[in-house]
Design a protein around this ligand. Sequence first.
Ligand code: 9MG
Length: 274
Amino acid sequence: MIQTPAQPVRVMGVLNVTPDSFSDGGRFAAPDTALAQARRLIADGADILDVGGESTRPGAAPVDEAEEVARVVPLIAAIRAESSVAISVDTMKPAVARAAVAAGATIWNDVTALRHAPDSLATAAELGCEVVLMHMQGEPGTMQAEPHYDDVVGEVAAFLAERADAAMAAGVAREKIWLDPGVGFGKHMTRHNLPLLAGLDRIVALGFPVLLGVSRKRFISALDGGDREPDERLGGSMAAALAGAAAGVAAVRVHDVRETVQALRVWRAIAQAK
Ligand code: 9MG
């Protein structure tokens, strides 16, 4: 069923300060370039900036804690000094999340759903920040080798429900929890990502706000001839974001903020005119 959410879908702009992210690796690694990009994303209408200092793409080099803190914390502090925009930190390391929250981040976006370190759950509870719990089958380095599901939507939903329970049992408040199906993380490009996108309403039905990341992902290229570079996937990114909006997601994580804001505004206006 098509939903028109009471609130507009929020737009999370991607701000990678990494030399090797899949779409924008290296472009915003220098501090002044990264702050300029943050300003651009805010001007384009981003509700949240997702600052990441370690790439999760298969084959990316691991980054040590001190280096990751050095990449993200000065940028978060600089954004916070001039803007009240919501900031999330994309990290799997509790110490990085802790430093980022101290610098002004209010959301911990963890692609491992607080499974990476023994103290991840306790740290999230102690920080009292919002947390994004994302589904991933396997580890970032090898997750695309041979992903397998009997029922991708059911298994992702069960995993996310279990991680939300684990977070709440550790002391994370229910209203701080977001869920994310992890499109492209340990999923076959079309056999798993497409049914997952088609079944998003079952993830939404778990009762937590859902974040959806589809922007520029490889499945879009696979559906469009197979060899589209990340910056040639805008149309597919919009289509998938709107499919998420129709299923009731609360936010989309995107590279192309201005185009997404426009697409969501038009989609919402049409849906509300019914
Ligand atoms: C860091 N990152 C890359 N893709 C992502 C996605 O789909 N969701 C979330 N939460 N984080 C992502």
